[in-house]
Every structure is written in structure tokens, then in C-alpha cells.
Design a protein around this ligand. Structure first.
Ligand code: B12
Length: 394
């Protein structure tokens, strides 16, 4: 069958649109479909109720997502950029690199749409297409692997030649007849540093991430409490996590992005002021994170994360803000503020916990406060300070 557009032309156009890598796969079933279904069955995607077995099955069959689908144009865009140059003072939490600039969904979708329109002009006929960037039923990584955009790293991320895994992925499923590329013959070899260095042990085997342990899940998608045993391991990440990418030897040689939209936004987003976050109103939050992927965590989620990061930084300067957070409207934030005060310890933290126990009515928060008072006694003893007051019984 003749090709609608030459493959080289597709690649040239995609590069003109700002994509760093582009390759074409067939619209046939993806190689990794069964693995995705198995992950869901094994409970490894628990915590993401929308990621069902049925979704995984559909996502691995691009041909069924569009009537007459013939090809998948798979693209990647690099996002890694130098950290903010402005000195960032105060108690700060780290933001994963992918969320430091403009929201990539918007940037990439606009461009994929323009790419399809340009291809339509070249093909000289209407083109049917469905665009996916991190949304809808599509296994972005399995499609990128099939097209040869990159290879699967053991941390399950797609690693591309030259840009490492610091890339966003997107696909256009189209009814265009295009010459296809083949998967790359590359792998991580014997390296498993990403598995060894994940603080929560979330990469439970090569190519297997346990969603429930991944700091990215815990700080972004998770709407409930962060499990107590994992909180100390989250460190000072306040949104997402990059550890399994930062330690990857291939990534160390990756070139920075040429896309200005992914550079750190005005006001500095490579880290966030944790005390500022705790005190932020909904209106301020909407304003500050407009057009940023950080909005995904929601204000309450970010405030919960800020408490955990402050608890891990263990700086007594955070005690007044955490004390205010004990009066937050959301039990989730109050509970994590209590945990953080327990970790920091000291007389002021202890007094704040005791006072809040007197008025707190929410059972979950009360449990957090009681546990924190136990913790705070330990913190006081281990730092040589005596607990300031007797435990308040209610
Ligand atoms: C849900 C999701 C998450 C969840 C769950 C992660 C997970 N285990 O899937 C959470 C919130 C934790 C998450 C975190 C992150 N995510 Co995410 N996420 C997604 C999303 C929406 C779906 C992923 C998915 O389909 N999972 C299904 C499971 C079953 O996939 P899997 O466990 O990886 O299984 C595959 C492989 O293991 C492989 N496989 C299985 N067996 C074998 C055997 C061999 C030999 C080989 C080679 C491969 C292989 O095949 C399986 C099926 O594809 C995609 C976008 C999309 N629509 O695809 C983005 C996506 C994967 N995320 C992305 C990013 C950037 C991240 C973070 C880096 C963000 C951050 N800095 O905090 C972290 C990285 C964490 C990690 N190491 O995975 C990018 C990844 C880009 C890239 N270069 O690969 C994507 C593709 C979004 C995008 N369009 O750019 N994410």
C-alpha cells in the first residue's frame, strides 16, 4: 500500500513543531498490554481507581481507539532545565522537574494537533486522529517503545538516546498509512541503581513499580493520608519525585530542553516555600498554580505534603506555621501537621499538640495527635530536652 506521507517528512514536521524525538508504530496491539493488565490484577496500581483492568486492555490496543486506525505517531519532548537561578530561601520542598514549567499537557497537545493538520495538508485528504498526552486509554510508554522513541528503563520510564528519561511522551493515533519504525535494541544492561536508590523501595523488581509506595503517587495522586511508615522516606519532596531518574547514569549526560515553556516559571518552582504553602488560601493557590501541572495535587494535598516535608526537615522554625495548621479546615492537613510537630518535638510543639487535643473532634486527627505526642516525647528525650508539660487527658 502506498504511504500517505513519507516517514522523513513526518519526522521533519514533528521536529519543526518542537518535538525532540518522533517515530511511527503500527496501530496493532502493543507488546506490553498483558503486563499492564497483570499489574492491575496484582494490585500494583492500587490507589488509582480509574486505572482499571478494562482501561489497561483498551490502552494497549490503539487500533480500537479510532475507526480505521493505521499508525501511531509517537513523540517525545525533553523537559529538563537548569534549576532556578534565584536563590530560594526559607524552608523549601522539592518539585519534580516535570512540573517546574508550564503544564506539558497543553503544550504538547496543541503541537500534536498542529502536526496532524500539517500532515493532512501533505496527504491531501482529511485525516482522522486521536491525540493522547498522559490522558485517556493509552499506554504512552509501551507505544513509545514499540515505535522506537526509546527503551524501557528498569524504573519503567522510557529512556531516549541523548535526552535520557527526562521526556514527556505523546501519541497521535491516525488513519494515515505510514512507513513504520522498529523498537530500539537497547536496555539498562546489568545496572539497577534506580531500584537500589528508591527510598521507599517502590521499584519492587525490574520494570515493576508498586504505585502505593512511589513518592510520586503519594504526593500527587493520593487523596488520603500518606502512610505513617512512608512519611520519613518522602524526605523534602513536596510534589512528585525524581530520585529514580536522578541516579540513572544515562540521564547524567542528557541535554537540557530547548523548550522555553518547560523552564522554571517566574517565581521559582523548582522548590516551594513550605510555610507559604501551609498558609495559602484556595484563591491564592488557584492564582499561583494556574497553568502548572502542580495543580493536580490540589491545595489540600500540597498542604499535607508540606507538613510531611517540614516534619522531615525538623526545623523548629516551622512550629508556628504547623501550629496554625492544627486549625486547618481539612482533617487531612490537621493530622499531618500533628505528625510533623511530633517529629520536630520541643516544648512549643508539644503544647500546641496538647491544646489541639482538647478541642479536636475528628477521630482520625485525634489519633494522629496522640501518636505525635508519643513521638514528641521520644524526640524530646533523644535531644536531651524534657517534655514541657504532662500529657493532657481528655
Ligand atoms: C499512572 C501513571 C503514574 C502513576 C503510576 C506509575 C506506574 N507504575 O504506572 C504514578 C503517579 C506513580 C506516576 C509517577 C510518575 N510518572 Co507517570 N504516568 C502514569 C500514566 C498516566 C499511566 C502509566 C501506566 O500506564 N501504567 C501502567 C503500568 C501497568 O505500567 P508499568 O508498571 O510501567 O508497566 C509497563 C512496563 O513495566 C513494561 N514492562 C513490563 N514488563 C516488562 C519487561 C521488559 C523486559 C521490559 C523492557 C518492559 C516491561 O510494560 C508495562 C506496560 O506498559 C502515564 C501516562 C500514560 N497514559 O501512559 C504517566 C507517565 C508514565 N508518567 C510520567 C512521568 C514523567 C512520571 C514521573 C517521572 C513523575 C514524577 N517525577 O514524579 C513518575 C515516575 C515514577 C515511575 N518510576 O514510574 C511520564 C513518563 C515519561 C517517560 N519518559 O517514560 C508518562 C508517560 C506521562 C507522559 N505522557 O509523559 N505515573
Amino acid at each position: 500500500m502506498p504511504h500517505d506521507v513519507a516517514r522523513n517528512e513526518v519526522k521533519l514536521l514533528a521536529r519543526e513543531m518542537g518535538f525532540d524525538a518522533v517515530a511511527v508504530a503500527s496501530a496493532g496491539p502493543l507488546l506490553r498490554g498483558d503486563a499492564a493488565v497483570a499489574r492491575v490484577r496484582q494490585g500494583l496500581m492500587d490507589g488509582l481507581p480509574w486505572f482499571t483492568e478494562e482501561r489497561a486492555r483498551r490502552a494497549s490496543r490503539p487500533g480500537e481507539l479510532l475507526p480505521g486506525a493505521r499508525s501511531v505517531i509517537s513523540v517525545a519532548m525533553s523537559y529538563t532545565a537548569p534549576a532556578a537561578t534565584r536563590p530560594e530561601s526559607g524552608l523549601r520542598g522539592k518539585v519534580a522537574r516535570y512540573a517546574r514549567g508550564e503544564d506539558y499537557h497543553r503544550v504538547m497537545k496543541r503541537r500534536l494537533k498542529s502536526l496532524v493538520e500539517a500532515l493532512e495538508r501533505r496527504a491531501g485528504r482529511p485525516v482522522r486522529a486521536r491525540i493522547f498526552v498522559d490522558d485517556g486509554p493509552m499506554l504512552d510508554r509501551a507505544a513509545a517503545e514499540a515505535a522506537g522513541v526509546g527503551w524501557f528503563g528498569k524504573n519503567t520510564l522510557i529512556v531516549t538516546p541523548g535526552l535520557g528519561s527526562w521526556v514527556f511522551l505523546g501519541q497521535a493515533v491516525t488513519d494515515l498509512e505510514l512507513e513504520q519504525d522498529t523498537p530500539l535494541r537497547k536496555s539498562c544492561g546489568s545496572c539497577h541503581i534506580c531500584m537500589d536508590r528508591c527510598p521507599t523501595g517502590a521499584i519492587v523488581a525490574s520494570y515493576v513499580v508498586d504505585n502505593r509506595r512511589c513518592i510520586s503517587f503519594l504526593t500527587i495522586e493520593n487523596r488520603g493520608p500518606i502512610p505513617v511508615e512512608l512519611r520519613p522516606l518522602v524526605g523534602d519532596w513536596v510534589f512528585g519525585c525524581d530520585i529514580c531518574q536522578e541516579v540513572c547514569p544515562v540521564n547524567r549526560k542528557a541535554a537540557p530542553t530547548r523548550e522555553a515553556a518547560f523552564y522554571v516559571r517566574n517565581g521559582g518552582m523548582s522548590t516551594l516555600d513550605l510555610v507559604g504553602l501551609l498558609d495559602m488560601s484556595e484563591a491564592e493557590y488557584q492564582e499561583r498554580f494556574r497553568g502548572s501541572a502542580i495543580k493536580r495535587a490540589r491545595r489540600v494535598g500540597l498542604q499535607r505534603n508540606a507538613c510531611v516535608a517540614l516534619g522531615n526537615l525538623r526545623d523548629p522554625a516551622a512550629v508556628p506555621a504547623l501550629t496554625r495548621a492544627l486549625q486547618h479546615g481539612e482533617p487531612l492537613v490537621r493530622g499531618h501537621a500533628a505528625w510533623a510537630l511530633g517529629r520536630i518535638g520541643g516544648g512549643a510543639a508539644r503544647r500546641a499538640l496538647e491544646q489541639s487535643l482538647v478541642r479536636e473532634e475528628n477521630i482520625y486527627v485525634r489519633q494522629e495527635i496522640e501518636a505525635a505526642l508519643g513521638e514528641s516525647a521520644v524526640a524530646a528525650v533523644s535531644s536531651g530536652r524534657a517534655p514541657s508539660a504532662q500529657r493532657c487527658e481528655v
